[in-house]
Design a protein around this ligand. Structure first.
Ligand code: HEM
Length: 441
């Protein structure tokens, strides 16, 4: 790619936006972003979490930054600023040749065969967990999905027999590590989420280290065992430290993203009961399904995609320029933070007609609005860091909803709108309260 000479590049203009705009973006992301674009153009500057960020809009700039053909942008310095102390050496925080080396090994844990075995492990746990919802008449679905995802992670990812107390301890450590990334106080001051996150990281390192030797020896169908035996084509495997770092990162990468995807699906299916019935009819007709059957649930696939379009689980993807470069014709000095926002881009009317409407058939073969641009639909990112767990997530979420739809019908009062909060990853402040009704065959 040719980079224009610095003199030919425009400087990003307009004020550096601060906390009032950050708050508006948090509670009214779509409306306020549209306002900022109209006022300041395709690239604007925002102070957030202690750094100045160039916020970009549109699929062309997303492609330039994420596909990163001229290797001008790096992940490590960007993500480390937010989550480094808790998830350091996770693959998303590695760059260039080192990243490629780790990714080649890691992808052996995400082959079709590996996914098939994860499905076999998780399927009975999904059914058991959902049966336990029977007593819940007015649950907050986001909380139930969170608990279910953690439960499945212990079985599918960790695969170690733990007492209930140990499970609780691992879960709590893990939640603390995730929460720490968005702590407002970013120092090790006792009592703050940051300090709790550091303690949790140390606990998780000890936990995985203590089970490593047995896992290497005994193997298993879980992700931890897969990482122990994963090797690249040239015979390289992971060191003990690599396995611990990747396990901690993978748990984090999978957890909140999958939970918010399911909450978004549940919310949209509750506010569009005709779609809930359509998805249920597909699942009831399919009956008990295996791994291939889960992948064949097409209505559910469209519902999942449309729910991720309307609420992208990772709303912003940060990068740091490793040298002077440009984006969209604007000057980007070395060291600048730049973000691409799948969340905002998914509402661009030039890519998505009537963008606020829930319309899963956008993804039907005869419409395929996601093909309006290579980067039109980017919930899993793009380029070399594109989500390695994309197919895992698709399988897990569809497997859960398939069983959920066959067992329960859920509804919300007329006119209900979920209060989405975009402080870090999106979450519904009210947990999505619903009325749940058991369906008897
Ligand atoms: C619906 C659920 C999920 C969504 C929306 C999602 C989204 C993303 C996005 C946007 C990225 C790119 C980050 C960047 O470019 O900076 C990413 C990376 C990643 N995701 Fe996911 N993710 C999901 C589920 C999962 C699951 C289930 C796993 C693991 C089982 C996983 C593992 C990873 C890993 C390891 C990376 C880093 C890849 C790399 O840097 O090479 N994700 N994910």
């Amino acid at each position: 790619m040719t980079v224009a000479t610095p003199a030919a590049l425009a400087k990003v203009r307009g004020p550096v936006l601060g906390i009032p705009h950050l708050l508006q973006l948090r509670f009214n992301p779509i409306g306020h972003n549209a306002f900022l674009r109209a006022a300041y153009g395709e690239v604007y500057r925002l102070n957030a979490f202690g750094v100045r960020i160039l916020v970009t809009a549109g699929a062309d700039m997303a492609e330039q930054v994420l596909v990163n053909r001229d290797r001008a942008f790096a992940n490590g310095p960007a993500w480390s600023h937010f989550i480094g102390p808790f998830f350091h050496r996770g693959i998303m925080l590695l760059d260039f040749d080192e990243h490629l080396h780790h990714r080649r090994i890691l992808q052996h844990a995400f082959t079709n065969d590996a996914l098939r075995s994860y499905h076999a492990v998780m399927a009975p746990h999904i059914r058991k967990n959902l049966e336990e919802w029977e007593g819940e008449q007015h649950p907050r679905l986001h909380h139930l999905f969170k608990a279910l995802t953690l439960d499945l992670a212990l079985e599918t990812f960790v695969g170690v027999d733990l007492s209930a107390a140990e499970q609780r301890e691992v879960n709590q450590a893990f939640i603390a590590a995730v929460r720490a990334g968005t702590s407002l106080v970013r120092k090790n001051i006792p009592g703050t989420p940051w300090a709790k996150g550091l303690r949790a990281r140390a606990f998780l390192e000890d936990f995985f280290c203590s089970h490593l030797a047995a896992k290497r020896r005994d193997g298993g169908a879980d992700l931890f065992a897969q990482l122990c035996r994963a090797q690249s084509e040239d015979g390289h495997g992971f060191s003990d430290d690599d396995i611990v770092n990747h396990m901690i990162f993978l748990l984090m990468a999978a957890h909140d993203t999958t939970t918010i995807t399911m909450s978004s699906m549940a919310y949209h299916l509750a506010t569009h009961p005709e779609w809930q019935e359509r998805a249920r009819a597909e699942s009831v007709a399919a009956g008990d399904v295996d791994y291939d059957g889960v992948l064949g649930l097409e209505v559910l696939d469209r519902v999942m995609k449309e729910s991720m379009r309307l609420c992208s689980p990772v709303p912003s993807l940060p990068r740091v320029a490793v040298r002077d470069t440009e984006v969209g014709g604007f000057r980007v000095p070395a060291g600048s933070f730049v973000t691409v926002s799948p969340y905002m881009n998914h509402y661009l009317p030039e890519l998505w007609p009537d963008p606020t409407r829930f319309d899963p058939d956008r993804f039907a073969p005869e419409r395929r609005e996601d093909r309006s641009h290579r980067l039109a639909f980017e919930p899993f990112g793009a380029g070399v860091h594109k989500c390695i767990g994309m197919h895992f997530a698709g399988m897990q979420v569809r497997a859960i909803f398939h069983e959920l739809l066959r067992r329960y019908r859920w509804s919300v009062p007329e006119g209900y709108v979920w209060p989405i909060d975009l402080t870090a990853l999106p979450y519904p402040r009210d947990g999505v309260p619903v009325t749940l009704e058991r369906i008897r065959p």
